[in-house]
Write a protein that binds this ligand. Structure first.
Ligand SMILES: [Mg+2]
Length: 396
């Protein structure tokens, strides 16, 4: 089998990849719904993969993997990798998880990172009320992640949250020490959320990036003894194009609160320091940024050998990304906790693709058995959402 084309369309703001072959089998992959600007980056790889056998996934990846980078640039390579597995699965008549070594669980656990309700204000009781709604959600989430510190925009909620001057219009204000007043403000809101969740649901907190090492350690220690699943991206993470494992080694060994990072990191090589130095307790790469499904498995296996757990990022990965995450989670070793549930947004995604629905029951999704990723476009329906320049996306 040979790859005949790599097509990219922006559907609902997500860069969507479709790889076609000379045997009529096609495969799909997608990047985050926040990255429509990546279309040219995906197209960049077209000539590097045409003519290759898509079922030799690793050989195709060796040809393009080096030409990628940290978030957001790893998305293109990752989406192509998903589409290759989709083709390989369809060609073999097997679900993708079978090609990855076979599943070790029939249901995979997901956590709430984006099922949200508008919060009327930012008082502790508002955080509590909001958390109660998330706790009562019919998906019955076992872990809920909320945002505090810089990630939660607390530097915008009060004047003197931190010592520093924001210099960017992007979401986070670089870095800075949190003021005593700011720290109390944050703790009150965390405590309000913990009160609501009690022992029923674990609370994860996305915190940065931008906190100092000492503030990160202070927060970890303050929260010892509570049901915090992990503190995410306090020092780096999100869109920081670097790792800085050394900073984490100044925090993680000194608190029993689990420390988490990794969503922006591209390729297994960039996890070596974090893993070998036990710089964090939990890693959270994103299948749509790290380099793909198999890349996640390599990293998770190596982390497992070092006693590090795995709670993958995935909030904006959409329906195709959800399919990729589900197959991936089925084959990960026992250090897998849960992945961040993406949603089919806008909801018409469920009208333009057929196959698996990935319904969530008690915070779990059943692993699908349809060959490939388990979701395929219904071209007649999907065409309605194509942009004018993408109208040929479903041709051939
Ligand atoms: Mg995060």
């Amino acid at each position: 089998m040979k790859i005949t084309d790599l097509k990219v369309a922006i559907i609902g703001d997500a860069p969507v990849v479709r790889i076609t072959t000379d045997e009529g089998i096609d495969g799909v992959g997608a990047g985050e719904t926040t990255k429509p600007y990546l279309k040219p980056m995906v197209e960049f790889y077209r000539d590097m993969i045409i003519g290759k056998d898509p079922t030799d996934v690793e050989r195709v990846m060796l040809g393009i993997r080096r030409m990628g980078s940290f978030k957001p640039w790893g998305t293109a390579v990752s989406a192509i990798e998903m589409a290759l597995w989709d083709i390989a699965g369809k060609a073999a008549g097997l679900p993708v998880y079978k090609l990855l070594g076979g599943k070790i669980r029939d249901k995979v656990q997901v956590y709430n990172g984006n099922v949200r309700f508008p919060r009327s204000s930012n008082e502790p009781e508002d955080f509590a009320e909001n958390m109660q709604k998330m706790k009562d959600h019919p998906y019955n989430f076992s872990i809920i992640k909320d945002s505090v510190s810089f990630h939660g925009g607390m530097h915008r909620q009060m004047d003197d949250f931190y010592y520093g001057t924001p210099v960017t219009t992007y979401r986070y204000p670089n870095r800075g020490g949190i003021t005593p007043k700011g720290f109390k403000y944050m703790m009150k809101r965390i405590e309000a959320m913990l009160d609501v969740l009690g022992d029923d649901v674990g609370l994860a907190l996305d915190c940065g990036p931008g906190m100092t090492v000492s503030d990160a350690l202070k927060l970890g220690r303050e929260l010892e003894g509570s049901n915090i699943m992990w503190l995410e991206d306090m020092l780096t993470g999100d869109y920081s194009p670097f790792v800085l494992a050394d900073l984490y080694t100044q925090v993680t060994p000194y608190t029993s609160t689990p420390i988490h990072t990794g969503e922006q990191i591209y390729l297994r090589q960039n996890f070596v320091e974090l893993i070998e130095r036990n710089a964090v307790n939990v890693l959270g790469p994103d299948v749509a940024d790290v380099g793909g499904i198999a890349e996640m498995k390599f990293i998770c296996e190596y982390a497992d050998l070092h006693g590090i757990q795995f709670a993958p990022h995935g909030t904006f990965d959409g329906l195709i990304g959800l399919a990729a995450q589900t197959h991936m989670a089925a084959v990960l070793p026992d250090n897998f906790i849960a992945f961040e549930l993406p949603q089919a947004k806008p909801e018409w995604w469920l009208d333009i693709m057929e196959g698996e629905r990935f319904n969530v029951t008690d915070s779990h999704i059943e692993v699908p058995d349809i060959p490939g990723l388990g979701v395929s476009f219904i071209p007649e329906e999907a065409k309605r959402y194509l942009r004018e320049e993408d109208t040929g996306f479903f041709d051939n």
